[in-house]
Write a protein that binds this ligand. Sequence first.
Ligand code: ADP
Ligand code: MG
Length: 152
Amino acid sequence: MEFQTNSKIETVKLGNKIGALLKSGDILILEGDLGAGKTTFTQGLAKGLGIDDYVKSPTFTYVMEYRGIIPLYHFDLYRLRDPEELYDLGFEDFIDQGGVLVMEWGSLVEDMLSNDGYEYIKISLLKTGENTRTVKIWDTPKGQSLYKELSR
Ligand code: ADP
Ligand code: MG
């Protein structure tokens, strides 16, 4: 389940397509080094969710809320010291509110989420050149249904 993008715009467009398929309560883990394109991809997701606000990295706040058709909660967990801190950030409330949760550096909480019984989509971005990226949707159950919908 891999896509290649050859420009920032193509990554935004892929994010847009995927964002339009996300549902209330979906959790999306984003993985990739600094500059891989996680925030760029999230800008596309936001568009797909009908959000017009400009999305930037929420590093200093950990989480930003955007109001769309479905609310988007955009996390940047880079500075998280302990996975359990995710709960202090209001994680469960955001799910109860029917939001879509997108987590840059979400791999930091992946084991905890699966131990706690949460299903999630995991997407990695890999820089393969100055303007090229490989975007991979991992083979989790939710990732598989997303991939099926994307291939329609
Ligand atoms: P991250 O959030 O993973 O640290 P950003 O999205 O903030 O990454 O930054 C990605 C940078 O790479 C941006 O400056 C963007 O313009 C650039 N870029 C170049 N090509 C691409 C591409 N194909 N997809 C995404 N970003 C790209
Ligand atoms: Mg970022």
